[in-house]
Design a protein around this ligand. Structure first.
Ligand SMILES: Cc1ncc(C[n+]2csc(CCOP(=O)(O)OP(=O)(O)O)c2C)c(N)n1
Ligand SMILES: [Mg+2]
Length: 340
C-alpha cells in the first residue's frame, strides 16, 4: 500500500492578508474581542462568588475566532453555536443587558431567563442559539443554509463547533449534505485541543481536523485561531465561495481556552500542563492585534485603552441591569411551553 501525503489541506490565510488594513477594522476586531473577554471574566467571577447562579463554559482565549468570522457576516447571515457560546453571541452583536439578565435567570433576559448560558438566542441578529448538545448546532445551520439557498437572498450560515464535536455523526452527515447540495454554509471548527478533559490525540488520529473536508469534496482550511485578521481572511474566502454557489468550506481554527472546561478555576484533574497554558497565553489574540495596530500606526495604546474602559462601563451597566431586573413569576411557568 502506498501512503500519500496529499491531504488536500489548505494552510491559510492567503499571502498579503494584512494588506490594506484599516484603522476601522483594527478597532472593530479589538472591540469584539475585548467585549467577549470582559464579559467572560466578569461572569466567571460572579459565578465563583455565588452571585450568579449556575455554571458557565467560558470562551476566554478563543476570541479571535468569533471576532474574525463575525466581522465578515451581516445581521441577515445566521449562525449556530455551542455550549461555549457567549463569545459567538457577543461578536454577532448581542447586548450585555439581556445577556447578563439571561445568566441571572431574569425576565429581561434573551430567553426571559428560561434558557440560561447554553441557550442564548438573538434572532434579530441571526444568532440561532447556543446549544447544550455537543454538535447540536451543526444540523440547524444546514437548515439555515438550505433556507438561504431556497430564498436566493445571498445570505450565508456559519456553524461553530469544537474538536470533540467533529467526531459525532451529526457533523459528518451535515457536512456531507451541505457539500452535496452546495449549501452556503461555513463550518468553523474551533480546535482548542481538548474535549472536556480529553486531549485531541486521545480522541482522534488526525492532527488537522481540516483533513476531514477532503472526504466530502470541499476545501479544508487550517488557520491560526489566535490571529483575528487571519481568521477573517479565511472566513472572507469561505463566504465568497458560499455566495458564488460553490458550496461550503471547513475552517479549522487552532486555538486554546485559558480557563477550565467549566468556570475559571479548575485543573482539578491535571489534564493540561500549566506550561502549555502559559505558552498559549503568550500568543494572546488581543495582544497580537494590539501589537499589529500600534506597529502599523493605525491605532494607539490610548485607542485600545478607551475600548477597554468603554467596555468595562458597559459590563457594569449590564450587571446592574440584570441584578435589578425582576425574577420570573412562578405562575408563568407554563408560558412559552409548547406541546403537540
Ligand atoms: C451529545 C453530548 N454529549 C456529551 C456532552 C457533554 N459535553 C459537554 S462539552 C463536551 C466536550 C466538547 O468538546 P469540544 O467539542 O471540543 O468543545 P469545547 O468544550 O472544547 O469547546 C462534552 C463531551 C454533551 N453536552 N452533549
Ligand atoms: Mg475542544
Amino acid at each position: 500500500m502506498t501512503e500519500t501525503a496529499a491531504t488536500g489541506v489548505i494552510y491559510g490565510p492567503r499571502e498579503g492578508y494584512r494588506d490594506g488594513l484599516t484603522r476601522g477594522l483594527v478597532l472593530d476586531l479589538h472591540r469584539r474581542m475585548v467585549r467577549i473577554r470582559l464579559f467572560e471574566e466578569s461572569s466567571g467571577k460572579l459565578v465563583e462568588t455565588g452571585d450568579m447562579p449556575g455554571f458557565l463554559h467560558l470562551y476566554v482565549g478563543q476570541e479571535a475566532v468569533a471576532a474574525g468570522v463575525m466581522s465578515v457576516l451581516g445581521d441577515a447571515d445566521q449562525i449556530t453555536s455551542t455550549h461555549r457560546g457567549h463569545g459567538h453571541a457577543i461578536a454577532k452583536g448581542a447586548e450585555f443587558r439581556p445577556m447578563f439578565a439571561e445568566l441571572y435567570g431574569k425576565t429581561t433576559g434573551y430567553c426571559k431567563g428560561r434558557g440560561g448560558s447554553m441557550h442564548i438566542v438573538d434572532m434579530s441578529r441571526g444568532m440561532l442559539g447556543a446549544n447544550a448538545i455537543v454538535g447540536g448546532g451543526i444540523p440547524i445551520a444546514i437548515g439555515a443554509g438550505f433556507a438561504s439557498q431556497y430564498r436566493g437572498d445571498g445570505t450565508v450560515a456559519a456553524t461553530f463547533f469544537g474538536d470533540g464535536a467533529s467526531n459525532i455523526g451529526a457533523f459528518h452527515e451535515s457536512i456531507n449534505m451541505a457539500a452535496v447540495w452546495d449549501l452556503p454554509v461555513i463550518f468553523v471548527c474551533e480546535n482548542n485541543g481538548y474535549a472536556e478533559f480529553t486531549a485531541q490525540s486521545s480522541h482522534m488520529k488526525l492532527e488537522d481536523i481540516a483533513e476531514r473536508a477532503a472526504s466530502y469534496g470541499i476545501p479544508g482550511v487550517v488557520v491560526d485561531g489566535m490571529d483575528a485578521l487571519a481568521v477573517r481572511a479565511v472566513a472572507l474566502d469561505a463566504v465568497e465561495r458560499a455566495k458564488s454557489g460553490a458550496g461550503p468550506t471547513l475552517i479549522e481554527a487552532k486555538t486554546y481556552r485559558y480557563f477550565d472546561h467549566q468556570g475559571i478555576k479548575g485543573m482539578r484533574i491535571p489534564y493540561r500542563d500549566p506550561a502549555e497554558v502559559e505558552a498559549w497565553k503568550e500568543r494572546d489574540a488581543i495582544k497580537i492585534l494590539e501589537a499589529i495596530g500600534t506597529e502599523s500606526g493605525l491605532a494607539s495604546t490610548e485607542d485600545f485603552a478607551a475600548i477597554w474602559a468603554e467596555t468595562q462601563a458597559d459590563i457594569t451597566d449590564g450587571i446592574e441591569f440584570a441584578r435589578n431586573s425582576p425574577d420570573p413569576d412562578p405562575a408563568d411557568i407554563l408560558d412559552d411551553v409548547y406541546t403537540v
